[in-house]
Design a protein around this ligand. Structure first.
Ligand SMILES: Nc1ncnc2c1ncn2[C@@H]1O[C@H](COP(=O)(O)OP(=O)(O)OP(=O)(O)O)[C@@H](O)[C@H]1O
Length: 272
């Protein structure tokens, strides 16, 4: 289990941050500090704004108000892109370009070097290590398109690991990965967390990563509904449980977004 380093330098800092698309606010008024070495789960029901929050940290969603700083720089202003790794959601590697596992993961390493540089011996070793870390070393020279969806997700994890990022943001890394390989991934994330990398993991499945993630934030209707130990987060990770007043303004929410603010205890979990 990772501990929460109280004194680590802030790696992610949001101050009253409102993040969205175009001029539509999705995540609202969020205050959050994540310190070096922390491993934080981002939980919440479908459509609550978890991915938007993650994308906001990367400058892929718009900051509409407030402030977001990542590794001490304003969002989008970080010069060395390789310091922040990202595993996007529901994304498999495009089959249109016939690339091998080694090549796709090598591109991740280039983020660290700058696109005009070539991979040296140390870089090729980092690529091999990243592929081995996700248990795909025997598929190194296979076309990525020939891998299963779950294996392709592991390639994307390796691509992010290859840059040896200080902050690794992952959007549902265990989705579509079978139980045995979820264990493999949990081991990988545990090791990189132990080495000091800060982890932010959007997930619906906390069980496989329970030994890795110590802290959780729950996003509910774009607001922070809980911030504390992962073990206590489950009861807050439900649609309709509000620890802040519900947003008055509903524009920007999905039409299928549950709007109930109370639900019977023990009711089936919705939206998954
Ligand atoms: N590119 C986009 N442009 C406009 N609205 C978007 C865009 N991406 C997401 N949204 C909207 O933002 C809201 C939050 O979506 P988001 O993907 O952040 O939720 P989530 O909590 O990650 O959901 P899930 O658990 O289903 O992945 C939804 O209403 C969604 O329709």
């Amino acid at each position: 289990m990772s501990t929460t380093p109280a004194g680590g330098a802030p790696v992610v800092e949001l101050r009253r941050a409102t993040i969205g698309y175009g001029d539509v606010a999705i995540v609202r008024d969020l205050d959050l500090t994540i310190r070096a070495g922390e491993a934080v789960a981002v939980l919440g029901s479908n459509g609550s704004g978890k991915t938007t929050l993650a994308r906001g940290l990367l400058g892929l969603a718009s900051l509409l108000d407030g402030e977001v700083q990542v590794l001490g720089a304003r969002v989008g202003g970080l010069r060395d892109r390789g310091r922040v790794g990202y595993v996007p959601q529901r994304h498999s590697v495009s089959g249109a370009v016939p690339a091998t596992v080694r090549e796709v993961v090598g591109v991740g390493r280039l983020a660290r070097l700058g696109l005009l540089r070539r991979l040296g011996r140390k870089d090729r070793a980092a690529v091999a290590d990243a592929v081995a870390a996700v248990g795909l070393e025997d598929r190194m020279d296979d076309p990525v398109a020939s891998l299963s969806g779950g294996q392709q997700r592991r390639v994307l994890v390796a691509r992010a690991l290859a840059a040896e990022p200080e902050l690794l943001i992952m959007d549902e890394p265990t989705a579509g990965v079978d139980a045995a390989n979820q264990q493999v991934l949990a081991g990988v994330l545990g090791r990189i967390s132990a080495s000091g990398t800060t982890l932010v993991v959007v997930t619906h499945e906390t069980a496989p990563l329970a030994d890795v993630l110590s802290r959780a934030v729950v996003v509910d209707h774009g607001r922070l509904a809980y911030d504390g130990p992962l073990a206590e987060a489950a009861r807050h990770d439900e649609p309709g449980v509000h620890h802040h007043p519900p947003a008055r303004e509903r524009s920007g929410y999905r039409l299928d977004q549950p709007t109930v603010t109370t639900r019977p205890r023990g009711a089936a979990h919705e939206g998954h």
